[in-house]
Design a binder for this molecule. Sequence first.
Ligand code: NDP
Ligand SMILES: O=C(O)C1=N[C@H](C(=O)O)C[C@H](O)C1
Length: 265
Amino acid sequence: MKIAIAGASGRMGRMLVESVLSTSDATLAGALDIPGSPALGQDAAGFLGRQSGVLVTDDVRAALSGADVLIDFTRPDGTLAHLAVARELGVRMVIGTTGFDDSQKAALRQAAQTIPVVFAPNMSVGVNATFKLLEVAAKILNSGYDIEVIEAHHRHKVDAPSGTALRMGEVIAEALGKDLKDCAVYAREGHTGEREEGTIGFATIRGGDIVGDHTVMFAGIGERIEITHKSSSRVSYAQGSVRAARFLMDKPAGLYDMQDVLGLK
Ligand SMILES: NC(=O)C1=CN([C@@H]2O[C@H](COP(=O)(O)OP(=O)(O)OC[C@H]3O[C@@H](n4cnc5c(N)ncnc54)[C@H](OP(=O)(O)O)[C@@H]3O)[C@@H](O)[C@H]2O)C=CC1
Ligand SMILES: O=C(O)C1=N[C@H](C(=O)O)C[C@H](O)C1
């Protein structure tokens, strides 16, 4: 697999460069970053003290020209711009970026009619297993339990709640036969009144270098159940992304997620 990486000098981009270079069936085919990035013109593996022979560029076409798959962990507007070029060139995409609004998600779905795309808010096997556990828990604890999703991330994260927390909410809502849009409570402040039955609450913590923690609490009377996943390194996201790239190699156009990649559907 010839893999290009967008956001190559970002936190995930660097982890992806390292993962691709250490994967025997993968080669680094391109490294993209945003215009003005100090990484432009540098070797993509320079931060590791290594030479990959791939220079970081802001020329999307050049970065994608020799690639089978683009792995993109950037920002929604950047991802959609890269997706337009990937679609033209027939390059598959693995998208880990979070924070898309509904119209941006619609644009993504449309592009996936032409090229195969894996789009997932969390590429780790552990989080995807947790989604399954939540589905089971929500079905069993379907009444008498108040559901709260609590997430914590590093101080640099720009979107909230995290894409993973939102997906957890969607998985739970779906298991309960609801739409998250109708039952989510994203903020509480001041005189909020009592908790409304059947809602799913979200709480966000931002601080330091926390990689990514998610807890779902099912709070009943006399007991509560908590299902927690904690990331201690971004390596699981990067390895999941490479696995997703491999999955896409023989897939037709369409929108896939990590549950498809891991065979959990
Ligand atoms: N699905 C998953 O498993 C995971 C998803 N994520 C998501 O991935 C995204 C990136 O996270 P992270 O690596 O921590 O972020 P960083 O800010 O560290 O990296 C983002 C990279 O993209 C570049 N960039 C920023 N804006 C644009 C743009 N408009 N167009 C092109 N490139 C751009 C940045 O350049 P510059 O620094 O110069 O601005 C940087 O190189 C986030 O949305 C995050 O939530 C993160 C971890 C796991
Ligand atoms: O920004 C991050 O760091 C992460 N973002 C993803 C999200 O929004 O869920 C995945 C992971 O939690 C790390």
